[in-house]
Write a protein that binds this ligand. Structure first.
Ligand code: ZN
Length: 98
């Protein structure tokens, strides 16, 4: 699922993410282009301490950058995907009722 700036903005709005930068209180954010699966925005960690060569698991996230001070704020991709799916399910339930 590609996270467009519009989708991310809608998610922030819906879940009540504050617009202010926690570092400088400015309100403008840059959303870098999302290219799912290219390795950017992935925190890798080892799920199995015995296998030092393989990074078996990871946490993918989208991030936004404060236009004023450059503060980087990450949000896990899984949370946004859950939000999108819940919204889709709510939408299809409404259509069934109509
Ligand atoms: Zn800032």
């Amino acid at each position: 699922m590609i996270m467009s700036p519009e989708l991310i903005a809608e998610f922030f709005e819906d879940v009540g993410v504050k617009k202010q930068c926690p570092a400088c209180d400015a309100e403008g954010w840059i959303v870098p282009p999302d290219t799912e699966g290219d390795g950017t925005g992935v925190l890798r960690f080892r799920a199995d301490g015995n296998d030092k060569d393989k990074l078996k698991s990871g946490l993918t996230y989208v991030y936004v950058i404060c236009r004023n001070c450059g503060f980087i704020r990450p949000h896990t991709r899984a949370q946004i995907v859950r939000w999108v799916r819940a919204r889709e399910e709510a939408g299809s339930a409404e259509r069934r009722e109509a």
